[in-house]
Design a protein around this ligand. Structure first.
Ligand code: FPP
Length: 246
């Protein structure tokens, strides 16, 4: 526990154990201020820091954020390289604070296409925070739900080919063991900012029973207060996972 901020004010995790967020609207936020899109991404990164810190007081143990999708490579070279640099700087700058706040960081997505320097910072951050348990933050970077399922299936097929797994044993419990998220619980709530009501290839398998919250706020305007209100509202929802009302 040495160095970790004491967790006296932490709310016990309730039904909203895992929140996943599609952080949308950085570009529009910047454009509205006549600034380049990267200005919006930098403002977005500041919000990430605040929202991670707001998790314990809201009873959120797991937070998963969509930082870069497999489709985001289609953006301009300037925006893509600016985002990659932002991720590197974010990791370097935030490592100490993440450790101090007891945050365990994991990355999901395909690392193959990512810059080697970024990948080594990601590995190092995962390693340095691996003993933390107050908040589990997962960053989806070069992530796409279909790509993840395809990669998982490939690994599963390899185990079958190697004779380690029988096709008869493949069921709903088997496939998730090959997903990038195999150690994480499924999300209870998926939030998307900026008024778009789409899931855009995010956690397709894992969100089968999640609740969705689509809000108009652009990500750089997403305050800890808005986050807390959404979590409060979530606690009042009636989740039945396909069962009937009692
Ligand atoms: C979507 O807004 C945002 C992204 C593709 C990048 C998300 C990245 C951050 C919030 C930066 C910080 C993240 C970390 C982990 C440090 P958009 O560009 O699609 O906005 P638009 O729809 O208004 O164009």
């Amino acid at each position: 526990m040495k160095g970790t901020i004491l967790a006296k004010e932490d709310k016990p995790a309730r039904s909203v154990n895992h929140v996943a967020i599609i952080m949308d609207g950085n570009g529009r936020w910047a454009q509205a201020r006549k600034k380049p899109r990267l200005f919006g991404h930098h403002a977005g990164a500041k919000r990430v820091r605040q929202i991670v810190r707001a998790c314990p007081e809201n009873g959120v143990k797991y937070l998963t954020i969509f930082a870069f999708s497999t489709e985001n490579w289609k953006r301009t070279q300037t925006e893509v390289s600016g985002l990659m640099l932002l991720f590197r700087r974010y990791i370097s700058k935030e490592t100490k604070a993440l450790i101090k706040h007891g945050v365990r960081v994991r990355f999901i997505g395909d690392r193959v296409r990512l810059d080697a320097k970024l990948v080594s910072l990601m590995d190092e951050l995962e390693q340095l925070t691996s003993g933390n348990d107050r908040v589990h933050m997962t960053v989806a970077l070069n992530y796409g739900g279909r790509d993840e399922v395809a990669r998982a299936t490939k690994r599963l097929a390899q185990e079958v080919a190697d004779g380690k797994l029988s096709p008869d044993d493949v069921d709903e419990e088997t496939l998730p063991r090959f997903l990038d998220t195999y150690v994480l619980p499924d999300p209870d709530l998926v939030i998307r900012t900026s008024g778009e009501a789409r899931i855009s290839n995010f956690l397709l398998w894992q969100s089968a029973y999640a609740e969705y919250e689509f809000i108009d706020t652009l990500w750089p305007d997403f305050t800890p207060e808005i986050f807390a209100n959404i979590i409060d509202g979530f606690g009042k929802r009636d989740r039945r996972f396909g069962g009937a009302k009692p």
